[in-house]
Design a protein around this ligand. Structure first.
Ligand code: AMP
Ligand code: MG
Length: 348
């Protein structure tokens, strides 16, 4: 299959958008930018489109997809028993990086929900995404547009790297703004439960709807505690190199990473270092990449997946990373970094 790329960085190309919408209506696949990461879209109400998404990504089909909508009214047709909390959260955060889980209505095929009786729904805050959803019939199922197990794509080139020849079209909207996937909150039963941390953190949610809980699987290192978000059991964001997070007082972290990088290079290994802007200058060995400034946490979020991909391309053997416990997005950043590291942390 030939994958067509349509560039829509500064304005929407209406003709190509119509083509993209027609592809979705005919059951094809279109990758598109959102404010979080690039999504791989198919018609959410078409079971076969969901199958194609799983095949293109090489993703296990029990890992449910998020349904993207462009109007709040669209929610009523697919979600059953929408609680008041959902309306409040939608008022506060939609369009935006928040996914809510509801009991599903008949209209949503099990192919889209990975066999579950619940459906995950989000309204993305990106003009290209919203235009595509409208052009494609109103319901676009979309996981991140990467091959399963690779870091999520934060620009169109990442999508091409993984999916060229496997999907019909890529809409290139430039670099994304946030760079980490949406926050997921389960509203289908009991106390609203956060299944995946993101840009919108627990405190922001609680300011709107009161008490929420963190999924036990998220808080635990014990892989026997099964998270409620099925996808979380799969290995994610895994770079080819082994990644270790080094934690502790900043000076000691820098000294230890320098020592480990020297030892690795002496042994003939290629070493990658992920550093905050504030400490980059203190590293003497390895391939050092600045992830962003500690005073601008969104810059850290935005660059994480791109740096992991770059280290894959450079065929780095080992990666050492500083830890980034920033105030708003720290939990989301560390959740992704910990998964990429397979929970390998070194305390100094
Ligand atoms: P991605 O699109 O790659 O960010 O992955 C979507 C993720 O959303 C899945 O891996 C699940 O963790 C989560 N998800 C989607 N639908 C549901 C659902 N009905 N219940 C729980 N988690 C869900
Ligand atoms: Mg994903």
């Amino acid at each position: 299959m030939k994958t067509v790329t349509a560039v829509m960085r500064d304005r929407i190309d209406q003709e190509m958008m119509e083509k993209a919408g027609a592809i979705l209506k005919q059951g094809g696949l279109v990758a598109f930018p959102t404010e979080t990461v690039y999504g791989l879209g198919g018609n959410a109400l078409d079971e076969q489109a969901a199958e194609k998404i799983y095949a293109a990504k090489g993703r296990p089909s029990d890992n449910p997809l998020i349904v993207h909508i462009a109007e709040f009214e669209a929610l009523e047709r697919i979600a059953d028993g929408i609680p008041e909390a959902a309306r409040k959260l939608a008022d506060a955060f939609w369009p935006g990086p928040l996914t809510m889980i509801f009991n599903k209505k008949e209209l949503v095929p099990h192919g889209t929900t990975g066999g579950l009786e619940t459906v995950a729904v989000r309204m993305p805050d990106h003009p290209v995404a919203l235009a595509l959803i409208r052009a494609g019939g109103g319901y676009v199922a979309a996981p991140s547009a990467n091959l399963s197990g690779r870091p999520s794509p934060t620009c169109a080139a990442h999508v091409q790297e993984d999916l060229d020849g496997r999907i019909d079209m890529i809409l290139d909207g430039g670099d994304v703004g946030i760079g980490l996937e949406s926050t997921i909150v389960d509203l289908s039963e009991g106390v609203p439960t956060i299944l995946r941390p993101g840009y919108i953190n627990q405190q922001m949610l609680e300011e709107v709807i009161g008490r929420t809980e963190m999924d036990r699987g998220l808080l635990s290192d014990d892989s026997d505690v099964r998270p409620r978000a099925p996808g979380m059991k799969y290995r994610h964001y895994a770079p080819k190199a082994s990644l270790t997070i080094v934690e502790g007082p900043q000076e000691r972290v820098i000294a230890r990473i320098n020592q480990l990088a020297d030892e690795g290079e002496a042994a003939g290994e290629k070493i990658g270092v992920i550093a905050a802007a504030e400490s980059t200058q203190h590293y003497g060995s390895g391939i050092v990449r600045t992830i962003g400034s500690r005073s601008d946490e969104i810059s850290i979020a935005r660059h994480l997946f791109g740096i992991l991909r770059e280290f894959d391309r450079l065929e780095v053997d080992r990666i050492y990373s500083e830890s980034f416990e920033t105030p708003q997005m720290g939990q989301a950043i560390m959740n992704r970094l910990m998964k990429a590291a397979g929970h390998q942390v070194m305390e100094v």
